[in-house]
Design a protein around this ligand. Structure first.
Ligand SMILES: Nc1ncnc2c1ncn2[C@@H]1O[C@H](COP(=O)(O)OP(=O)(O)O)[C@@H](O)[C@H]1O
Ligand SMILES: [Mg+2]
Length: 340
């Protein structure tokens, strides 16, 4: 690939240092993705600058105006603490006619809004757990037509925020308690879904027009006691010690029935198109013992850390990390935004 002037845009607190020397593991974990991306792009010969964004777009506009990057490598996941505002930053890049990596603003908006994306998926007969939304400021009730056990999560947050064993509720009292927690502690509308018992599978997809589906990845719950449900709680996702204790890992899914694999392949591509995604994304699925596949959500711009699921599954497909980043840049350069 030709050498690209690359402006890596990150959260202001996550601008990575030049090297890992003398840094504690705990600190490194915070900006590992930003570090992996910038150092890898530099090693590949690109001209890389990293810009931190907090609550203003002035610096980004000036950097684009003055330095004229070929591409913005977008690693922002929020704007000033609000996760649903990342789309506006990308929309602003489009207004500036600036090519960028990752998903377009409309795809970000649709996939971030879980109830809305589930309505779109349902319209296209893509199986997703039956659900109801209990808005903030309204009273919790047991949604009609839904059957316990139910699962309570945030309508807009990600990264398993607010997800714990207590998210699975078996009766009206626990449902009300968890919905109140979602409204008051997490501060968002509650999405109540039927609980899907089964395997937890992740499918990466990248592309704009022609799509590449990466090998199916699975979260395996190791030696977690049977009294705990195999779900990706906040702890499971982010607490390394906890994962180690129970041998919880993610890896290529083994012994998937051919029919399930075919479904995952077809569905992940359809979801990508229905939500109008671009760049790269990862779909989260649950699959029951009798082979029924349900999509939980689509994640636009999933984590790009070199040892996280997306990059690992790309590696399993023979795409080394530097090549993966270059492909994402090529996709950003070729994305047909409206201004083109
Ligand atoms: N309806 C459901 N049935 C079973 N498990 C669920 C359901 N919804 C979510 N989960 C569990 O909670 C995790 C996080 O939910 P998800 O919708 O993917 O939100 P996030 O955006 O936080 O990743 C999932 O990976 C899965 O383990
Ligand atoms: Mg998820």
């Amino acid at each position: 690939m030709k050498k690209l002037r690359t402006l890596v845009v990150v959260h202001a607190s996550l601008v990575p240092p030049e090297s890992l020397e003398g840094r504690a593991d705990k600190d490194i974990a915070e900006w590992r993705t930003e570090y992996d991306v910038t150092t890898t792009l530099r090693r590949s010969g690109h001209d890389v600058r990293c810009l931190g964004v907090l609550d203003s777009l002035t610096e980004m506009r000036l950097a684009i105006k003055e330095w004229k990057p070929d591409i913005v490598f977008n690693l922002l996941e929020e704007f000033n603490g609000i996760v649903t505002y990342d789309q506006h930053v990308v929309a602003y890049l489009e207004l500036l006619r600036q090519p960028y990596t990752g998903c377009n603003p409309r795809g970000l908006m649709l996939s971030r809004d879980k109830p809305l994306s589930k309505q779109l998926l349902a319209y296209h007969r893509i199986p997703t757990p039956r659900f109801a939304v209990i808005r903030r400021g309204t009273r919790a009730h047991v949604p009609r037509k839904l059957h316990f056990p139910l699962f309570v999560k945030s309508a807009t947050e990600d990264a398993s925020l607010g997800i714990a064993q207590a998210s699975i509720v078996e009766d009206a009292a626990h449902l009300k308690e968890r919905v109140a927690f979602m409204h008051e502690q997490i501060g968002s509308d509650a999405l109540v879904e039927e609980f899907i018992e089964g395997r937890e599978l992740y499918v990466g997809v990248m592309g704009n027009g022609r799509l590449t589906r990466l090998p199916v990845w699975e979260m395996v719950f190791g030696t977690m006691p049977a009294s705990l449900a195999g779900i990706a709680t906040r702890k499971v996702k982010w607490d390394k010690e906890y994962r180690g204790k129970y041998d919880i890992i993610t890896r290529a899914a083994e012994e998937l029935p051919a029919a399930v694999l075919a479904q995952l392949d077809k569905l992940s591509r359809r979801i990508y198109r229905v939500l109008g995604l671009s760049g790269y994304a990862r779909m989260d699925f649950r699959v029951t013992a009798d082979g029924r596949v349900y999509v939980l959500e689509a994640n636009a711009n999933p984590n790009l850390e070199a040892t996280e699921d997306f990059a690992e599954s790309a590696r399993a497909a023979g795409i080394a990390y530097p090549d993966l980043l270059e492909r994402l840049m090529s996709l950003g350069l070729s994305y047909r935004a409206q201004w083109r």
